[in-house]
Design a protein around this ligand. Structure first.
Ligand code: ZN
Length: 621
C-alpha cells in the first residue's frame, strides 16, 4: 500500500470521454442539507432514474457527504460489485470478490468529518486491479488480483438493498453531488473532479464545456433509442414540429422521444399529423402527454387542439426531458427487471423461445418450491401490444406484492410473461410485431414465433392452469378501467360461475369498473386458453388516457389484483399495521413507528424502513 499525498493542482483541460451519471441528490444547490438521506435512493434504470450507464467494468464513484454521526452506513453501493461506506467514522471502500463475496479493500486512516462536507471517491480498474480511495484532499492507491464484474444489480445511494440483504444499512447524514463514471479515474483526475465541485461545477461531465455558453444551445430531438417512436421533426428556435410514427399495421398511438438543451426555456410543440393519432380518437378526457426529467412522469397540461394540429407547450426545468404518450417501459427495463427478479429465492426464470436473432420471450415463475402439494396455477402475459405499457406496471405491482407476501406462493404457482412482443417494444410500435402482425389475433393458427413459444409453454404447464390473464392498456381516448370476461353462453354455466366469483371480488377490491363480456374468439389469447384448457380467462385494460393515472396507482392496483386472486384461492394476508403519525408545527413531522421493519411512505416520493421503534424526525421540504 503506498500513500500518495496530493497537492491541489487544477489542470487546464482533460479529455476522458467516459460515461458518467451525476445524481444531484437534492434540487436546491450545492451540498444541500435539505431532505433526509434515510430514504436512500435507488438508481436502477427503471422509471427514468438518472442512470446513464448501469453496465461497466472499471468505475469511479464520487460524492460529497456530510455524516451526522459515525454510525456505519452505505454511501454508494452496487450489489455484488462495490460499496463505499462510512465505517464507524472512517471511509471504507471495497469490492465483491469475483462478483460474489464482500472484500473490504481499504479503510482510510483519517476520520471523516462529522457534520462537515467531505469529498469521497473510490475508483476501480478492472484490468489491473488497481484501486484508489480519496477523502477530501488525500488519495491512497492499492492493488489486488480480485475481479469484480457483476452488473446484475442496481446502484443505490445512501443504503443497501433490503430485498437482497435482509436489512438496510443506511447512511446517517446528507449525500450530494454523486457521480459515477464507467472508467477508473487516476488520482489527478479525481482531484480535478473535486476542484470542479468546489467551483460549483457539479453537473459537468468531462466532455462538456466548463463555462456555460452565453447563447442557449439549439434544441435537439432524439428518438433513435429502445422504444423511441417518432416519424420526423423540424426545429425552429423554440418551436418544434413533430410527425407521428405508424407501426407496420398503421397504428399511430405511441410518441416517444427525448429533447435536449431545453432547460429554462418554453418549448412549443406541434403534432402536424394529429388526424392520424389514435390517441385523440374517441376522446373522453383531456389528451395529455407525459414528460420526465429523470425523476418520474408528469403531465404536459398546456395543450390546444385545432385544425388537425395538436399543440402543447412546456417550460422545462431540466436540460434533457423524455416525452411520451404513456409512461414509457422499454425492453431494456423489462430485461433488467427480469434479471433482477432472477435472484429472488422464490423465482425462476425460463426462456420460452427466441427469434434466432437475439430477441427472446422470458417467463418468471414465482412459487414456494419447498411446498410440493398441488398448487393453483395462474398464467399472465403482457405487452402483446407494445404500446400498452399500463399492462406492464400492473404486472410489476402483482409480482412485487407476491414477493413481499410469501403466503401467496404457498398454494399458488404464478407464471408471468412480461414481454410477448420484444422487438415491437424496442421499435416503439403501437400494436404490431416486427412482421406487422397483431399478436392477439394469432392464437388459432400461427407462424408467429412469439405466440408459438407461449402456446408451447402453456401446453407444457398443462391443463392445471386455473386462471389466465392477458394484460393490456386501453388505446384511444377511453379513460375507464376495463376488465374483459366471457358470456355464460360462450363458456358454460360452471366456468361462468367460477369466473363471476373472481370478477365480483375484483370489482370490489380494484379500480376496474367497466366490465365487458364477449364470446369466445379463438384467435385471441384468452379465448385460445379457454377453448383449449377450460380455466378462467380475463383481460385487464387500464385506460391509458386517464390523466389522473400514475405508475404508483397502477402498481398498487397490481398488488390489489394479486391479493384478490390469492383471496379467491383461499389465501388470507394479515393486514399491515398502520404507521401512526402526527404533524406538529413548522412543517416538522414526527412519525412514531408501531414496530420496526414496517416500511413507511411519506408523500409520493419518500419511503423509509425504521430499524428501531424510535421516534424519527424529518424536515418536510
Ligand atoms: Zn391490447
Amino acid at each position: 500500500m503506498k500513500k500518495i499525498m496530493i497537492l491541489l493542482v487544477l489542470l487546464s483541460s482533460l479529455v476522458l470521454g467516459s460515461d458518467v451519471v451525476f445524481y444531484h441528490t437534492y434540487d436546491d444547490g450545492e451540498y444541500s442539507t435539505e431532505g433526509f438521506i434515510d430514504n436512500g435512493i435507488v438508481v436502477d434504470g427503471i422509471d427514468n432514474d438518472w442512470i446513464y450507464n448501469n453496465s461497466f467494468e472499471s468505475f469511479t464513484a464520487i460524492a460529497m457527504i456530510k455524516p451526522y454521526s459515525t454510525a456505519q452506513g452505505y454511501i454508494m453501493h452496487k450489489d455484488k460489485m462495490f460499496l463505499l461506506q462510512n465505517y464507524k467514522g472512517n471511509l471504507q471502500a471495497g469490492i465483491y470478490r469475483n462478483g460474489i463475496s464482500w472484500t473490504p479493500l481499504f479503510t482510510v486512516p483519517v476520520s471523516v468529518d462529522t457534520n462537515e462536507w467531505n469529498f469521497v471517491a473510490f475508483s476501480w480498474n478492472n484490468s489491473n486491479g488497481i484501486y484508489t480511495t480519496c477523502l477530501n484532499n488525500e488519495c491512497w492507491n492499492g492493488d489486488t488480483s480480485y475481479s469484480t464484474i457483476n452488473n446484475n444489480y442496481p446502484i443505490t445511494i445512501g443504503e443497501r438493498r433490503a430485498a437482497l440483504w435482509g436489512s438496510y444499512r443506511r447512511f446517517n447524514g446528507a449525500i450530494d453531488e454523486t457521480g459515477l463514471f464507467s472508467d477508473a479515474k487516476s488520482v489527478d483526475e479525481i482531484i480535478i473532479i473535486k476542484e470542479k465541485l468546489d467551483l460549483g461545477l457539479h453537473y459537468l461531465a468531462d466532455d462538456e464545456p466548463i463555462i456555460e455558453p452565453e447563447e442557449p444551445l439549439e434544441l435537439r430531438i432524439d428518438y433513435n433509442f429502445d422504444s423511441g417512436a417518432l416519424q420526423s421533426y423540424e426545429i425552429n428556435g423554440d418551436d418544434v414540429r413533430l410527425w407521428l410514427f405508424s407501426d407496420p399495421q398503421g397504428n399511430a398511438y405511441n410518441l416517444h422521444f427525448n429533447i435536449t438543451n431545453c432547460t429554462n426555456r418554453t418549448v412549443n410543440f406541434e403534432i402536424m399529423n394529429e388526424v392520424e393519432w389514435d390517441y385523440t380518437e374517441d376522446t373522453e378526457s383531456p389528451t395529455q402527454l407525459v414528460y420526465s426529467c429523470g425523476n418520474g412522469w408528469n403531465r404536459l397540461t398546456d395543450t390546444i387542439e385545432q385544425s388537425g394540429i395538436y399543440r402543447f407547450s412546456h417550460a422545462f426545468e431540466c436540460n434533457n426531458a423524455e416525452i411520451s404518450t404513456v409512461f414509457a417501459y422499454s425492453m431494456e427495463n423489462i430485461n433488467k427487471r427480469i434479471d433482477y427478479m432472477h435472484f429472488h429465492p422464490l423465482t425462476q426464470v425460463e426462456t420460452l423461445g427466441d427469434n434466432n436473432a437475439g430477441a427472446n420471450i422470458r417467463k418468471i415463475i414465482i412459487s414456494d418450491t419447498s411446498i410440493t402439494t398441488d398448487k393453483n396455477k395462474v398464467y399472465m402475459i403482457a405487452r402483446q401490444h407494445p404500446g400498452e405499457t399500463h399492462g406492464s406496471f400492473l404486472m410489476d405491482g402483482m409480482m412485487d406484492e407476491i414477493l413481499s407476501n410469501p403466503e401467496l406462493t404457498q398454494n399458488i404457482e404464478w407464471h408471468f410473461v412480461p414481454s410477448m412482443n420484444p422487438i415491437g417494444i424496442g421499435l416503439g410500435y403501437t400494436r404490431s410485431d416486427e412482421f406487422g402482425n397483431d399478436l392477439n389475433r394469432q392464437w388459432e393458427e400461427t407462424t408467429s414465433w412469439q405466440v408459438n413459444a407461449v402456446k408451447d409453454d402453456l401446453a407444457s404447464v398443462g391443463y392445471g392452469i386455473d386462471l389466465f390473464i392477458d394484460s393490456h392498456g386501453l388505446a384511444h381516448g377511453q379513460d375507464y378501467m376495463k376488465l374483459l370476461s366471457f358470456t355464460e353462453t360462450s363458456i358454460g354455466t360452471n366456468l361462468y360461475n367460477d369466473q363471476q366469483g373472481l370478477v365480483t371480488m375484483l370489482d370490489e377490491n380494484t379500480f376496474f369498473n367497466y366490465f365487458v363480456e364477449s364470446g369466445v374468439y379463438t384467435p385471441m389469447a384468452r379465448s385460445h386458453f379457454i377453448s383449449t384448457y377450460g380455466g378462467i380467462g380475463l383481460s385487464f385494460e387500464p385506460g391509458q388516457h386517464n390523466t389522473s393515472m400514475t405508475i404508483a396507482k397502477l402498481e398498487e392496483e397490481g398488488a390489489n389484483i394479486a391479493i384478490t386472486i390469492g383471496d379467491y384461492f383461499g389465501v388470507s394476508i394479515p393486514p399491515e399495521p398502520e404507521p401512526m403519525f402526527q404533524v406538529i408545527m413548522n412543517g416538522i413531522v414526527i412519525y412514531e413507528t408501531p414496530n420496526a421493519g414496517v416500511e413507511i411512505t411519506i408523500g409520493e416520493d419518500y419511503t423509509f424502513m425504521p430499524t428501531t421503534s424510535d421516534i424519527i424526525t424529518f424536515q418536510v421540504t
